[in-house]
Design a protein around this ligand. Structure first.
Ligand code: PLP
Length: 477
């Protein structure tokens, strides 16, 4: 399988070449040259692979369609090492439970950091370690997080050979549970840097480092952000696993509702659907930061400034632009790289928006690609958390609540609707208390988490200090 850039660059690359990279050289995102098609017979085979051999084997089958530069035995071993019940809590790895008639919840948040990002990041940690050893190289991951991404990256990379993580976060702004989760990691290769500032200041530091090409290559700086193709690919697998759990034969369709921010999760659903998985609708659920809902309703994609980006009670969906969205628009507009370059490389940067409402292909977003959308607010979120708790005795987190609220607006008879559970309530306890007047359930392995010793360096939002810190800690070990 060869990979291309959404902005039309003529070069083609293979999976392991793009594994450790971010953007393509022309600023585009990588996508496979074509989507492998899963025929009826193949889908039936995958259904029994999942039923008999389990999630790791299903992951191997799906990943093999896209990865041809890792020997099959090695790839299989990496999948088996990643998707274990010790790491993900159950043999099903992503168990689906019924909520109300027609509506199901797929649990993706039983990994080490209790958010769905573990599903991909745990695999990425093993893939990185494997590929770096094969090349005899090292990598220093430098990133910014407001919570879920950074902790998932750290838990995936802790103790891995050849990898260090330097993760900035806004000092004092993550939830107490998130802070305890990250800062209690004492592994030598994990470095928490709390920046005196907001998340944007952290992102500016990442940009400053990635623009300093000399520093970047000397210290082998890399990223693990949500545009990484391997992360997206790993997420395709749980659409298959979810589909198999809510259907009994392949003539049936299922729909998925996805609490969305950077469009990575739902874009994996798009890929699964393009492969032929019988998905009826892909429902994009946003919070008050409704860039994506606006696009699917109107055809206008209008990114927000930081002043217009709301801080909400589903903070992992607080985005000003959706970094993976370009991948879908590339497919929507017939894979026209020059046009994507104009839209994302020029129009968006000069006008902050583009408008596809007059474009005939815009109608296909729904008609051909199955996308619909909806939005949820703080009041909706509280109301949904309450209604789910009162009716079913289940606590759901704030992001999942946004998904359930929007999913209820799109359920159609005879088609199971699966809401992806993107985090557990304990990560966002304050809003659960606001909704239910009681503390969320805490998985017992997290008892006393807040009391563990911590390792974190507090620093000004100053690029010189951050670079010095990286220099010192790369030299040392
Ligand atoms: C990251 C995240 C999201 C958004 O996922 P995208 O892939 O960015 O759309 C939603 N919910 C939670 C809990 C997350 O951590």
């Amino acid at each position: 399988m060869q990979y291309l850039s959404t902005r039309g660059h003529p070069e083609r690359k293979r999976f392991c070449e793009i594994l450790l990279e971010g953007l393509a050289p022309d600023g585009g995102l990588y996508l496979p040259e074509h989507y492998p098609q899963v025929t009826g017979a193949e889908l039936a085979r995958l259904r029994s692979v999942y039923a008999i051999q389990g999630y790791a084997s299903l992951a191997f089958e799906v990943l093999s369609l896209y990865i041809d530069d890792i020997p099959a035995d090695d790839l299989k071993a990496l999948c088996i090492k990643t998707y274990t019940s010790e790491v993900f809590g159950t043999d099903a790895i992503v168990p689906v439970r019924p909520l109300e008639p027609g509506l199901f919840v797929e649990a993706l948040s039983n990994g080490p950091t209790l958010a769905f990002k573990d599903m991909a990041m745990q695999l990425l940690g093993n893939l990185f370690e494997y590929e770096l050893a094969r090349r005899g190289e090292e990598l220093n991951i430098f990133g910014a997080t407001s919570g879920d991404t950074g902790s998932a990256a750290e838990y995936a990379m802790r103790g891995k050979h050849g990898v260090r993580v330097f993760m900035t976060s806004p000092h004092g702004r993550m939830s107490p549970f998130q802070q305890a989760q990250m800062f209690s990691l004492l592994d030598d290769n994990i470095h928490n840097i709390a920046i005196e500032g907001v998340f944007d200041d952290c992102q500016d530091l990442v940009k400053a480092v990635s623009n300093d090409l000399d520093f970047k290559s000397r210290y082998k700086i890399g990223t693990v952000n949500s545009i990484n193709w391997a992360r997206l690919l790993a997420q395709v697998v749980y659409y298959f696993a979810g589909y198999f759990q809510v259907t009994s034969d392949n003539a049936q369709h299922a729909s998925f509702t996805v609490p969305s921010g950077n469009f990575g999760n739902v874009c994996a659903g798009h890929v699964a659907r393009m492969m032929g998985l019988p998905i009826a609708q892909l429902v994009v659920a946003t919070n008050e930061n409704d860039v994506l809902d606006e696009f699917f309703r109107t055809g206008v994609y209008r990114v927000r400034g930081s002043a217009d980006t709301h801080e909400t009670s589903s903070p992992s969906m607080d985005i000003s632009k959706a970094s993976n969205f370009e991948r879908f628009v590339f497919d929507l507009l017939g894979r026209d790289g020059a046009r994507i370059d104009t839209l994302f490389g020029h129009e968006l940067s000069s006008n902050g928006r583009f408008d596809l409402s007059a474009e005939p292909k815009f109608a296909q977003a729904h008609a051909r690609y199955g996308f619909v959308s909806g939005k949820s607010t703080h009041a909706d979120r509280l109301q949904t958390i309450r209604s789910v708790y009162q009716a079913f005795g289940q606590m759901v987190d704030t992001h999942t609540a946004d998904g359930i609220k929007v999913a209820r607006e799109h359920v159609s008879a005879g088609v199971p609707m699966v809401v992806l559970e993107t985090a557990l309530p304990i990560k966002f306890a304050a809003t659960i208390v606001e909704a239910l007047d009681q503390e969320p359930d805490r998985p017992s392995k997290f008892d006393g988490l807040e009391l563990l010793p911590r390792r974190v360096r507090v620093m000004a939002a100053d690029i010189t200090q951050v670079k010095d810190y990286i220099r010192q800690h790369c030299a040392r070990s």
